[in-house]
Design a binder for this molecule. Sequence first.
Ligand code: PRT
Ligand code: ZN
Length: 285
Amino acid sequence: MSELKIAIQKSGRLSENSKKLLEECGIKFSNGSGVLKTKAVNFPVEILFLRDDDIPQYVEQQVADIGILGENMVFEKKKEVTILEKLGFAQCRLSLAIPREDQYDGPEYFNNKKVATSYPALLSEYFTANGIKAEIEEISGSVEIAPGIGLADAVCDIVSSGSTLMTNGLREVITILKSQAVIIGSNNLSAAKKKILNKLLFRIRAVKSARENKYILLNAPEHAVPEICKILPGMKSPTILPLAEKGWFSLHSVVREDEFWERIKQLRNAGAEGILVIPIEKMIL
Ligand code: PRT
Ligand code: ZN
């Protein structure tokens, strides 16, 4: 029986969330330190622990069938692989940053400058598309110190909170790319592997939907129910149950995490009381 080989980052910013996602999909595997691959005990997958930079190539060559990594790395490596699903974690951006004290009037700033980066392909594409002639200095880590030590005039690096740039006296001026973790897949999967992949993607989507939504319960007097139903769209429509106290109802529904606070305010204004908000473990749409 063939197994689907999944490559995830061995250690780094993506590893914990990648493992957590697989575990939330009900996949059980042992994960001792120093282990390079492991088979799940209850699902036909083998997990390979790799450096994120190597994942696109390994998936292209079918050493792994699918992989979890940042879009930034997928776009930089330009391998023949397909993005199957965005995963919603490891959000960050690839940005150009310059010494804080430099005057900046637009992208022409970078003409005749030397820019340090670990993303030479994406940066060179950006410069070409914008008609900028700059020199790219490829370095593999600690990009942000390059201007301080005289290696480059500016940097192009991954930014999340922005504090690394700030501590190094740099100022973000252009975002080249927004990124999050994704699943990529080989373009040549066998029918048997595709079947396992579809099962896994079904579970991943259920986990993702659950993370993006909350279950909400509230009480309301009868006259407020129609207005509250309009505010609570739910998966179909809210569940309405009578309470022991006459003229009162309990309404249950699902709200999106990102519009949750706005809805709560509207619900209270419409007369809702005793609002409970509960995390959802899995959500099958
Ligand atoms: O060893 P391996 O090659 O596997 O790992 P790595 O060291 O190359 O990668 P890692 O673990 O640092 O990052 C893996 C992926 O996480 C990246 O490819 C991005 O998709 C994503 N990601 C999300 C980040 C960040 N946020 C991030 N903040 N990757 C790197 N950073 C670094 C950035 O390079 C800079 O040094 O964090 C610093 C900036 O952070 P802020 O919060 O100070 O702005
Ligand atoms: Zn890496």
